[in-house]
Write a protein that binds this ligand. Structure first.
Ligand SMILES: *Cc1c(COP(=O)(O)O)cnc(C)c1O
Length: 451
């Protein structure tokens, strides 16, 4: 009988996160103030985020950042997460490839997002912050942060896009069970919300609007900070716990990955699984391929442009150097809600520009086909976002079969799909579709940025 799960002891949880910025030859370009076009300093971000997080965001010198004792202690609730060899999936594919996955779906909030939520809540608490805010679309970040806030005794206000609040009640219920205040956005609690509601009382809400409400509340309330669950460098930093554990577990399995894969929304789980292995490519000459799997309907890495753009729909954030489809891009309403983001984080964007990572796009129907095969072989129903990583892993395993080579493939299972079962229901009833996006559509959107 062969070993399927590669586990670590609690005392083997890594003691530092890995900051890849320190090892990059071409550093990410600076973040700019949209008004003055001047380079932002950590202090410029202090009104919005906890100070330690602002420093982590711009740290380009320290490769290792110590994980605070209390954060490691809370990680023990669900970490180390298992690394699993997907023998049954390999058999179904009849592939010579060895497929491993890191299961972040075992986190109590259901996804990898808790890795950064715990860290962000910790640094806010340390600084004497009493209240935090955020926005959430599908609700994965909001539910992770709701738990983290409660453990540290912080009051959390989550602005949830109004249509999701009404149509996807389960994550709202999770957040409320954890003790967060969930507000349908637009709301009357902020100037931004009141303006929209008085002009258009039936506005269904948008992520951009929810972001502006959450930031406004943070800036106008004493001892209150805003938090973000993806895209930013400090979020990717916290997620490297995934790859650092996986590195030790692959060693126990006696293998080293030829290919590392993560699904791609704003980049945090892909960064988390891949940066610790990319480190060996940068420093020790290994040649592992890192593949980001994004949805075909939101293809910023495969078809976007590298340029300065806003991080949010409404244009409130600083200007970020990123691969983008334009902050005004309206992605199709695919079920992998966490991947519907117009850009990529600044580190990932620089790495892609320098050809140090690869990207592939996956169609919605192919992602669910992969997710269903995975469910029926490994028994885990994956989050619709994670299905993109599975589909990319399956494609590589099929390619290995064609070439007749043994490849070792590692992918990140970013979350479980229990709250997304209605999406599977639609897929199984034939009610889902692919969305085509023409080059002209993309170009039109990018051209609008220059106006
Ligand atoms: C939010 C989310 C994603 C996408 O976000 P990244 O920052 O790109 O990782 C992917 N999978 C799951 C399960 C998520 O909750």
């Amino acid at each position: 009988m062969s070993t399927k799960k590669f586990l670590l002891e609690e005392n083997e949880i890594p003691t530092s996160w890995y900051n890849i910025q320190a090892d990059m030859i071409n550093k990410p370009l600076p973040i700019l103030n949209p008004g003055t076009k001047e380079q932002l300093k950590a202090e410029d971000l202090y009104p919005i985020f906890a100070e330690a997080l602002c420093q982590q965001e711009l740290n380009q010198t320290d490769p290792w950042i110590e994980i605070p004792e209390r954060v490691r202690d809370l990680y023990k609730i669900y970490r180390p997460t298992p690394l699993v060899r997907a023998y049954e999936l390999e058999k179904a594919l009849d592939t010579p490839a060895h497929i491993y996955f890191k299961n972040e779906g075992v986190s109590p909030a259901g996804s990898h997002k808790l890795n950064s939520a715990i860290a962000q809540a910790y640094y806010c608490k340390e600084q004497g912050v009493t209240n935090i805010t955020t926005e959430t679309g599908a609700g994965q970040w909001g539910s992770a942060l709701s738990f983290a806030a409660k453990v540290f005794g912080l009051e959390l206000a989550v602005y949830m896009v109004k249509v999701s609040y009404e149509q996807k009640p389960y994550r709202r219920m999770m957040m409320q069970t954890y003790g967060a205040q969930v507000i349908a956005s637009p709301s009357m609690s902020t100037k931004a919300g009141r303006k929209i509601l008085t002009e258009n009382p039936n506005y269904p809400g948008s992520l951009g609007c929810a972001i502006s409400e959450a930031i406004e509340l943070a800036i106008s309330t004493p001892n209150c900070k805003y938090t973000l669950g993806s895209v930013l460098n400090h979020v990717s930093l916290h997620q490297t716990i995934i790859g650092l554990e996986a590195e030790k577990q692959m060693e126990k399995a006696g293998e080293y990955p030829d290919i590392v894969i993560g699904c791609f929304g704003g980049g945090s789980n892909f960064s988390g699984i891949s940066f610790p292995f990319l480190r060996h490519n940068l420093l020790h000459g290994t040649k592992t391929r890192m593949i980001a799997a994004e949805p075909s309907s939101c293809p910023k890495l495969t078809r976007g442009q590298f340029r300065y753009d806003f991080g949010d729909e409404a244009g409130y954030t600083p200007l970020l150097p990123m691969y983008t489809l334009g902050h005004n891009f309206a992605p199709a309403n695919i079920h992998a809600g966490g991947l519907r983001y117009h850009g990529a984080g600044t580190i990932i964007s620089q790495l892609k520009k320098d050809n140090l990572i690869e990207a592939v796009d996956i169609k919605q129907l192919d992602s669910f086909e992969a997710g269903v095969l995975f469910s029926r072989t490994e028994g885990i129903i994956p989050a619709p976002e994670s299905c993109h990583a599975i589909a990319a892993a399956i494609n590589e395993a099929k390619q290995a079969k064609i070439e007749g080579t043994q490849k070792t493939i590692l992918f990140n299972l970013s979350g479980n799909g229990f709250i997304d079962l209605p999406s599977y229901d639609k897929y199984l009833s034939g009610d889902l579709q692919n969305y085509a996006l023409t080059d002209a559509d993309i170009q039109k959107n990018l051209d609008a940025l220059d106006k």
